[in-house]
Write a protein that binds this ligand. Structure first.
Ligand code: SAM
Length: 277
């Protein structure tokens, strides 16, 4: 018998289905429902509250693009903070960067980290690295308690539902600004430009209010609604479109490269309109 998982109405009126061969894990944590399923097409998949978070087949796109654009815009990133991101994919990418000395993960739900280590070792493999520190806390509170400390802050959040609502608000962006050093860079995943037509202009406005350089960029992720996904960078000093890659030594990536870094900021007209609202 064929079994299919359908993510339904995360975007009202839209569903995405994937064949499932087995449910490997399912539990209600303190914060959300967490499941790991095995799929013939995408390998293992992490679901939170029945929403696809990540999977073995396409996770590299999201995790490379949330991390390396900022890491290569900053001339010497040493200390990086990830809020959310309990699967460990962003951390795995951050510690590839040669100048990084410390990567701090602040994830509200301990079970996401523990379950990812058990079932998604390809993604979570960086979490045991000696450069990595993991805290089980609300990221909103964590940034309020840290000032002038990080070179980069990445917000690898769930959709703006439940404990992640505050991760899409102006006060949080202000706290992140204060937690960053004087040339710090902030990046948040900012959902689909096709289906989040209200959220994206609001986030743009709120990030722009805090950072002189605010730019949206895109990547293509088949298992997120619409397939076209946005990230928004707020930078105090360094312009992501002015990076000089002529002496870039590089490191192993499957999606990111200097040409993708530049091309990601080239936006279709409907997205330009969305962010100028
Ligand atoms: N890559 C995924 C996506 O775009 O759908 C998201 C990754 S998922 C691992 C995001 C994580 O953010 C979840 O594990 C969730 O527990 C965590 N999270 C949500 N709100 C949070 C908060 N306020 N502080 C820290 N972590 C939070």
């Amino acid at each position: 018998m064929e079994l299919w998982y359908t993510e339904r109405n995360i975007v009202p009126g839209l569903a995405l289905s994937v064949e499932v061969s087995k449910t490997l894990h399912s539990e209600q944590t303190e914060y959300q429902h967490l499941a790991i399923v095995e799929t013939p097409l995408c390998g293992r998949m992490l679901l939170l509250d029945n929403i696809i978070m990540t999977n073995i087949k396409d996770e590299f796109v999201y995790h490379e693009m949330i991390s390396h654009v900022a890491l290569n815009t900053h001339p010497n990133p040493k200390k990086v903070l990830v809020i959310g991101g309990g699967d460990g994919g962003a951390i795995r990418e951050i510690i590839k960067h040669p100048s990084v000395e410390k990567a701090v993960l602040v994830e509200i739900d301990r079970r996401v980290v523990e379950t990812s280590i058990e079932y998604l070792p390809e993604i979570a493999c960086g979490l045991k690295d000696p450069k990595v520190e993991v805290h089980y806390k609300d990221g909103i509170k964590y940034v309020q308690d840290h000032k002038n400390e990080f070179d980069i802050i990445l917000v690898d959040s769930t959709d703006p539902i439940g404990p992640a609502v505050g991760l899409f608000e102006g006060d949080f962006y202000k706290s992140c600004h204060e937690a960053l050093k004087e040339d710090g860079i902030f990046v948040a995943q900012t959902e689909s430009p096709y289906y989040n037509e209200e959220l994206i202009p609001k986030v743009q406005k709120d990030i722009r209010a805090n950072y002189p350089i605010t730019k949206l960029y895109l990547a293509f992720i088949p298992t997120y609604p619409g397939g076209c996904w946005s990230f928004t960078m707020g930078s105090k000093k360094h312009d992501p479109e002015a990076v000089d890659f002529s002496n870039w030594a590089g490191y192993k990536t499957r999606y990111y490269n200097p040409e993708i870094h530049k091309a990601a900021f080239v936006l279709p007209n409907f997205v330009r309109e969305l962010i100028s609202k």
